[in-house]
Design a protein around this ligand. Structure first.
Ligand code: 7TS
Length: 412
């Protein structure tokens, strides 16, 4: 991607041209949420201007149009992750709801006392607290895969922890704190030899690498629209059809039934069994437009650009002796998320001083308390990039960190 390309791309994202505190915004909080291109904004606007109706209900024109657009979005998601069938694509509110759906409808139904659930120590609370609940309710055991000193996963740890007792393995493909990319395909293959089902939390990875649920052989695969250029309030649960068919519904109500009598009900076929109530059609339409945008740029370009940005940022941060990076420094095993500490500066101070300079980073525990305990830090600052970021923005981050040190009374 040359300079002209990136300038053209940035023009697609009106929010990026804003001034914050008199300075051009450097938006480096893409792991929290990404910004929307004009095409996504337009698709949602157009849906509301011309097509809004309640899908699967009315037989009038707008109801039919809403149904058509909603189902077209499902088909687009199916192709995006190479699912076998659109019946395996369930729209949820976000990745969190999708993980809860699996925990309740699969975990609470099929786990038995003594069964084990395996996750990594770096999981986001969304992929952690729900498994604690399942383990508690069902008398199961929640086990953690711990990390090497270079923040990667040791294969021996995988073989030690995933055993014949393991029923569920649930792992983020990319850590939202460390940026580590875990070998989920290899883990899934190993877990399957032990008879476990494998959940892949792709909340961080879906926007940054191609997804193929059949190659991964994931049993479940979840992500959120808002972390991949789409709207908030729309997420995706993919599940293998035979598993989804075994599972009871998660929510009950309209649209998810086949027939209801006074004392009993039968349920709709997939995917509607898991989509009770009026869905977020404008969210699905926006997500479809986001997928079009990502495909149009292509993951080859996205990955090449993010690799370059991450390499540049890591090399610039390495020049600052008072900065410690938490995450792999070898690029092949990591995505564009860099957590760091500035010696002598609380992460919240770091983030608010950076904000003063127009640089948006996140500070805190990043919804990963057990990881913070493992790292032995209360919190970190985190810069996370997307293909629309520039090296100039990383320079702003580096200059900002130097200012943080000055503000807090350090010479350099
Ligand atoms: N899984 C991972 C790996 C995540 O990073 C997040 C959100 C979630 C699940 C939950 O996604 P949601 O859309 O349901 O909220 N991560 C972050 C973050 O790092 N900063 O803000 C949200």
């Amino acid at each position: 991607m040359n300079r002209v390309d990136i300038e053209r791309i940035r023009r697609d994202f009106p929010i990026l041209a804003q001034k914050i505190n008199g300075r051009t915004l450097a938006y480096l909080d893409n792991a929290a949420t990404t910004q929307k291109p004009q095409s996504v904004i337009n698709a949602v606007k157009e849906y509301n201007r011309r097509f809004n109706g309640n899908p699967h209900r009315g037989i009038h024109h707008l109801g039919v149009e809403a149904t058509r657009l909603y189902e077209a979005a499902r088909m687009k998601v199916k192709n995006f992750i190479n699912a076998d069938s659109a019946q395996e694509i369930i729209f949820t509110k976000n990745a969190t709801e999708a993980l809860n759906l699996i925990a309740y409808a699969y975990g609470m139904t099929f786990l038995e006392p003594g069964d084990e659930i395996v996750i990594t120590i770096s999981e986001h609370h969304s992929n952690l607290v729900c498994w604690q609940q399942v383990a508690k309710a069902k008398g199961g055991v929640l086990k953690y895969l711990y990390l090497n000193d270079d923040y990667t996963l040791d294969w021996e740890e995988v073989e030690r922890k995933i055993t014949d007792q393991t029923k569920i393995v649930s792992i983020a493909q990319m850590s939202n704190v460390l940026g580590t990319i875990y070998p989920v395909q290899e883990i899934a293959a190993y877990a399957h030899t032990k008879g476990a089902v494998v959940v892949v939390d792709a909340a961080q990875s879906a926007a940054h690498m191609p997804s193929d649920v059949q190659v991964l052989d994931a049993d479940f695969f979840v992500f959120s629209g808002h972390k991949m250029l789409g709207p908030m309030g729309i997420g995706v649960l993919y599940g293998k059809k035979e598993l989804l068919e075994m599972m009871p519904p998660f929510l009950f109500g309209g649209d998810m039934i086949e027939y209801v009598a006074e004392q009993s009900a039968s349920f709709a076929e997939l995917p509607y069994k898991f989509e009770a109530g009026t869905p977020n059609v404008e969210g699905a339409v926006g997500l479809a437009a986001a997928i079009d945008y990502l495909n149009q740029i292509g993951f080859k370009q996205i990955q090449a650009r993010e690799f370059e940005l991450t390499r540049y940022a890591l090399s610039k941060l390495a020049e600052l002796p008072y900065v410690k990076v938490f995450g792999p420094t070898h690029l092949v095993k990591r995505g564009p998320v860099i957590s760091f500490a500035v010696d002598g500066c609380h992460p919240h101070d770091t983030a608010s001083i950076l904000d003063h300079y127009g640089v948006a980073v996140r500070a805190g525990h990043h919804c990963a308390h057990p990881l913070m305990q493992f790292l032995n830090v209360p919190a970190t600052s985190r810069a996370s990039f997307f293909f629309y970021n520039t090296k100039a923005e990383i320079d702003d981050l580096i200059d900002g960190i130097k200012q943080v040190r000055r503000w807090l009374g350090y010479g350099s």
